[in-house]
Design a protein around this ligand. Structure first.
Ligand code: NAG
Ligand code: NAG
Ligand code: NAG
Ligand code: NAG
Length: 628
């Protein structure tokens, strides 16, 4: 009896460490959700990225929200309700809104995906901070579909969910963008990433996922590392035995170095098979292998070791031993003696510097938060959320490079998305000129106005793009007529127009081959007042007034500067002065504002590398949840 009691208490302790609620700061990774219609909801909102599915790191996705009539918690297959969310061509993808509760988050996402939805938003059913939606553990039913979830999933606050539901019931169309561009920092041309893992291979789907990931990702990881694009560090979570349990069988069988470093029993049965202690020892061996390999500048050998070890030394075949591990080490040509030196004496009551450093690293610094979900991938000091799958992770890593510095592997067709093939990816296009704003990249498809033959197009990329200024006229004068005479240059290229060439005022013609001077005096009938004397010039005209009168171009008339007209002219004069002053103040305000907002983004982008800013603040929460 006493033993059972102690055991349940111990498993509560183990559970609380695993779930992170004892350690405190669990970080909920966010992406932003931008609602564009209806106007009453327009704005940016936070949503918490689910720890499954494939978030489009570095990219964004537009969509219209659909809230089903039946099966609102998405716990049943939508086939049973004859519902389909496949968007017709030329329609935005459908984002399914589902209620939290009743079943696992993963099941909701799976049903949404099978129904044809492009993403799922789960509306929280209680007020409070967002949590990370996690995958169910091994003891929970059939999770065979888990690895097949490919749509992104995010949790939104109850208040936003309620607002969207209300708008939909009022007959409004709710459109939005899910945006992951700021979900990962991308400061430079090298990505630092960490993988928090475990040598245990008998913990159900989580362990299977882990080893599958390492196998799948090994190739890409090694290329990135060998070429210096990425710096990878593996990490292992351990925890310590609470002092009151130090002499218990449990801690003895789970821990090394007198309760300092422990791992949970693989079978959760202390009498059977391998113990937590065996797992900690293998973990330690794997870190030491990495350290030794890293010193000899071959850190990527860790990937070989871990995959080989999983194949050659599985627990199932009772080969999870020191001897088996050492054979693998030797076959990789790593110095075994140095590794054993690093492992040190595990039976005595002393600190192990390597494991101690791991425990310290577990506590999050800055924006990262504590590591409490195993396995966890950390990219540029931010926790990766989503499916642990080679392609999805590579996409996320690629999003960690500063744009244009990403290595070739990121631009390979393997991870491009071909989203532009269908419905032009929902982006702007000019079918006649065959110009499109859709571009397939590892960041997902992006709607970005293109650069066509030296002409930069500008616009939102979705509804409009137009040929823009400077570049357009700089190259060969945009293909338009230009001429210089007597120090005056006229050009038919208009900087802010997509309409090609247009003769400047004072000229007429096609704008491409020629622009002819207009004789304003004759054709436009300017400068025709009795006191006026008109003279045509190239590109304009000159008007002079007789007998001391002054020509006012705006009014095309000659006025007296003397008494009779004085008050009139004075009023006009002040209007002009006042107008000029107002324009000056206006321009100054615009200038100040632009400088301010420019400085703002510059400073923010620098600051963002050091601390979370309000755009993507992370609110510590009490853990992750798998369901209801
Ligand atoms: C679904 O459609 C089928 C055939 O069109 C029909 O027999 C069935 O009753 C429908 N089910 C529901 C729930 O509407
Ligand atoms: C998941 O995908 C795999 C491979 O594509 C397939 O064999 C398997 O049946 C799928 N699982 C489910 C539950 O659909
Ligand atoms: C691995 O080696 C690199 C350079 O040789 C070093 O900067 C890095 O800190 C090392 N990593 C670990 C975990 O020792
Ligand atoms: C016309 O524009 C081109 C390109 O901007 C420039 O090189 C050329 O000198 C211009 N010609 C005249 C006559 O101004």
């Amino acid at each position: 009896m006493a033993r059972t009691w102690e055991r349940s208490k111990l498993s509560i302790w183990v559970w609380c460490v695993l779930a992170g609620s004892c350690l405190g700061r669990f970080v909920v990774e966010k992406n932003s959700l931008k609602v564009s219609t209806p106007a009453s909801l327009k704005g940016s909102y936070e949503s918490a990225i689910g720890n499954f599915g494939v978030p489009q790191y570095g990219g964004s996705m537009p969509g219209t929200v659909f809230y089903p009539k039946d099966n609102r918690d998405a716990c049943e297959s939508f086939e049973n309700f004859n519902a389909s969310f496949k968007s017709a061509t030329r329609q935005l993808p459908i984002v399914l809104l589902a209620d939290r509760g009743v079943c696992y988050f993963t099941l909701k996402a799976w049903n949404a995906q099978n129904g044809g939805a492009a993403a799922i938003l789960v509306a929280d059913d209680r007020d409070g901070d967002l949590i990370t939606m996690d995958t169910p553990g091994e003891d929970h039913g059939d999770s065979g579909y888990l690895q097949n979830i490919t749509i992104p999933a995010a949790l939104i606050k109850k208040s936003l969910g309620d607002d969207i539901k209300k708008a939909l019931s009022d007959g409004d169309m709710v459109t939005m963008h899910l945006d992951w561009t700021e979900a990962l920092p991308h400061p430079d041309e090298r990505v630092e990433y960490e993988f928090w893992t475990n040598s245990n291979d008998e913990c159900g789907p989580k362990c299977d996922t882990q080893i599958e990931f390492v196998k799948n990702f090994k190739g890409a990881a090694q290329i990135l590392e060998r070429k210096g694009y990425a710096q990878f560090t593996p990490h292992y979570i351990t925890w310590f035995c609470p002092p009151e349990f130090l002499s218990s069988d449990q801690c003895r069988s789970q821990c090394i170095n007198n309760g300092r470093y422990c791992a949970p029993d693989p079978e959760q049965d202390f009498g059977k098979g391998y113990n937590g202690r065996d797992v900690v020892l293998q973990n330690l061996r794997q870190i030491c292998l990495f350290k030794v390999a890293n010193v000899s500048s071959k850190p990527w050998l860790w990937w070989d070791f871990v995959t080989d070890f999983a194949i050659r030394c599985p627990m199932k075949e009772e080969k999870f031993t020191k001897e088996c591990a050492e054979k693998v080490i030797q076959s990789l040509g790593v110095d075994l003696e140095k590794i054993n030196e690093c492992i040190g004496d595990t039976d005595t009551d002393v600190d192990n510097p390597v494991l101690k450093a791991e425990q310290d690293a577990q506590i999050g610094e800055g924006s990262r938060g504590d590591v409490s979900i195993l396995p966890t991938l950390i990219i540029n000091n931010r926790q990766y959320r989503g499916k642990l799958d080679g392609g999805a992770v590579l996409k996320a890593l690629c999003a960690g490079f500063q744009e244009t510095t990403e290595p070739a592997i990121c631009l390979s067709s393997d991870i491009e998305t071909n989203e532009c093939l269908e419905n032009n990816g929902g982006c702007w296009q000019d079918k006649v000129a065959k110009i499109t704003a859709c571009r397939d990249t590892f960041r997902g498809r992006v709607c970005e106005c293109p650069l066509v033959q030296g002409v930069k197009f500008v616009g939102d990329g979705y509804t409009h793009c137009e040929a823009s200024g400077t570049l357009h006229c700089e190259t060969n004068n945009g293909g338009c007529w230009n001429d210089t005479r007597g120090g005056r240059t006229f050009s038919a290229c208009v900087d802010d127009s997509s309409t090609g060439c247009k003769c400047p005022p004072g000229f007429t013609g096609d704008g491409v081959n020629s622009c002819e001077d207009v004789d304003e005096c004759k054709e436009k009938k300017v400068c025709q007042c009795p006191e006026c004397k008109c003279k045509d010039t190239w590109g304009g005209f000159e008007c002079t007034c007789s007998s001391g009168l002054l020509y006012m171009r705006e009014y095309d008339t000659c006025i007296s500067t003397h008494s009779a007209k004085k008050s009139n002219f004075g009023g006009f004069f002040w209007i002009v002065i006042f107008g000029l002053a107002a324009a000056g103040v206006g321009a100054y305000v615009v200038y100040k504002y632009r400088i301010r907002s420019y400085m703002d983004t510059e400073i923010r982008s620098i600051m963002a590398q050091y601390m979370p800013l309000d755009g993507h603040v992370e609110v510590p929460s009490h853990g992750s949840h798998t369901d209801i």
